[in-house]
Design a protein around this ligand. Structure first.
Ligand code: AMP
Ligand code: GLY
Length: 422
């Protein structure tokens, strides 16, 4: 099969690495890709915002499957525009991508299908939102409705913080994403990410992971896209997984299909495991980054088969096998991230890796024949082990041999799980 992979992050490097292991892969193209992805794919300089140009490329090269990594092209309708030309795509339509693109859309679906989630209301003006916040009291959560690069959510522990967040949204801090606001109940528990494929009718559970969103050790400092992850998430016991499938994922698939937006692709459910069981915090309509990296390290099945089955409606004929090992990844980021940082800083050396170790590239580029850091999140140093502690030790041993002066990382990825192991 010929495959076009869209994206350029660590997530896409992990997908490319795994796709390249498939005996069924004929040729892999990636747009725009990065130097890590280039080890497995031919990079093509397509403008991915120009869906007709992407379709023309696919038809010209007889591409059998397009795999879309990030959410933005999905929300912009790339899957619709390619399917209209009979090109198979792994990823949802723009209408189905509203599960990530509009928090209000997802909350309304939860309400209609009795999916457990925090009680909520939607607002389009500040006065009513403020009145509701005052009536409910803190802690309470204020969310810009649309995509706000992960910055549109305020978990307010005080009334003042919540009211300030409402004002920020309506004052335009998140642009049009904040023109509508969701205010929801604060959920107390442990978070986990649950991944599941869907072809519109059938759901196939993949695996679980835990992200580390804050920039600093001990979960301090501002939120980021994710500073490290491990899989599996110990809080997701077999019972929690089956409850999540039954109470959250299956009604979502039914609801999307009933609404005329059957969902094809990967559900990335952000869950809070509360005293009552799994509750939905949010959906994403793509693999997590860096969660994907640890999932791919543990996947024993052929990724191409799985993604192709999701794209072509044959998920009922396939299963996914996972290694019992733990995988853990540590994100190395440019100093200053998630604020401003220097671009183009040299990465002098990446260490050799052995089996069960991998350094995925995110924001890297080649400049005059040398590797440089161009993004905020730059490298994902990943290792497996029999325990979280072992995977963590191996990953940090690799990191200690990365020579990149402008890089930093958290030193405590996996701390909760390591504490639990002890
Ligand atoms: P989201 O962008 O919706 O994933 O929210 C970002 C983060 O805010 C989540 O990963 C949670 O840590 C936190 N969060 C979101 N909604 C809630 C909630 N209802 N209760 C507690 N924490 C929440
Ligand atoms: N790591 C969180 C995300 O991909 O949204």
């Amino acid at each position: 099969m010929k495959v076009l992979l869209i994206g350029s992050g660590g997530r896409e490097h992990a997908l490319a690495w795994k796709l390249a292991q498939s005996p069924k892969l004929g040729k892999l193209y990636a747009a725009p890709g990065n130097p890590g992805i280039a080890e497995h794919a031919e990079l093509v300089g397509l403008n991915i915002d120009d869906h007709q140009a992407v379709a023309a490329f696919c038809l010209d090269k007889a591409i059998d499957l397009v795999v879309v990594g990030p959410e933005a092209p999905l929300v912009a309708g790339i899957a619709d525009d390619l399917r209209a030309r009979n090109i198979a795509v792994f990823g949802p339509s723009a209408a189905a991508a509203q599960l990530e693109g509009s928090k209000g859309f997802t909350k309304d679906l939860c309400a209609r299908y009795d999916i457990p989630t925090g009680a909520y209301r939607r607002f389009s003006n500040a006065a009513e939102a403020r009145a509701y916040v005052k009536e409910r009291g803190a802690p309470i959560v204020v969310k810009a409705d649309g995509l706000a690069a992960g910055k549109g959510v305020t978990v307010a522990m005080t009334l003042e913080e919540a009211l300030a967040a409402v004002d920020d949204c309506f004052d335009g801090a998140f642009g049009t994403a904040g023109a509508e606001v969701v205010v929801e109940a604060y959920l107390d528990g442990e978070e986990a990410s649950f991944f599941c494929l869907s072809d519109g009718k059938t759901a196939l559970a993949l695996a679980t992971a835990q992200d580390h969103k804050r920039v600093g050790d001990g979960d301090t400092g501002p939120n980021t896209g994710g500073m490290g992850a491990y899989s599996p998430a110990p809080v997701m016991t077999p019972d929690m997984v089956s409850r999540t499938m039954k109470e959250i994922i299956e009604p979502t698939i039914r609801g999307m299909s009933d609404s005329g937006y059957p969902f094809t692709g990967v559900f990335f459910a952000g869950l809070m495991i509360t005293a009552k069981g799994p509750e939905l915090i949010e959906y994403n309509v793509r693999f997590g980054d860096p969660e994907c990296q640890v999932l791919m390290m543990r996947l024993k099945s052929d990724l191409l088969d799985l993604l192709h089955a999701a794209a072509t409606g044959t998920l009922d004929q396939i299963s996914a096998e996972w290694s019992d090992d733990v995988a853990l990844t540590v994100v190395m980021a440019s100093k200053g991230y998630p604020g401003s940082y220097d671009k183009g800083t040299p990465i002098a050396l990446l260490p050799e890796t052995s089996v069960g170790e991998k350094i995925f590239h995110a924001g890297t580029a080649m400049k005059d024949g040398a590797l440089v850091a161009t993004g905020g999140r730059v490298l994902n140093v990943t290792a497996t082990g029999k325990t979280v502690a072992e995977a963590k030790t191996r990953a940090y041993a690799l990191i200690d041999n990365v020579k990149w002066e402008n890089g930093f990382c958290r030193r405590d990825i996996g701390w909760r799980a390591v504490a639990r192991e002890n």
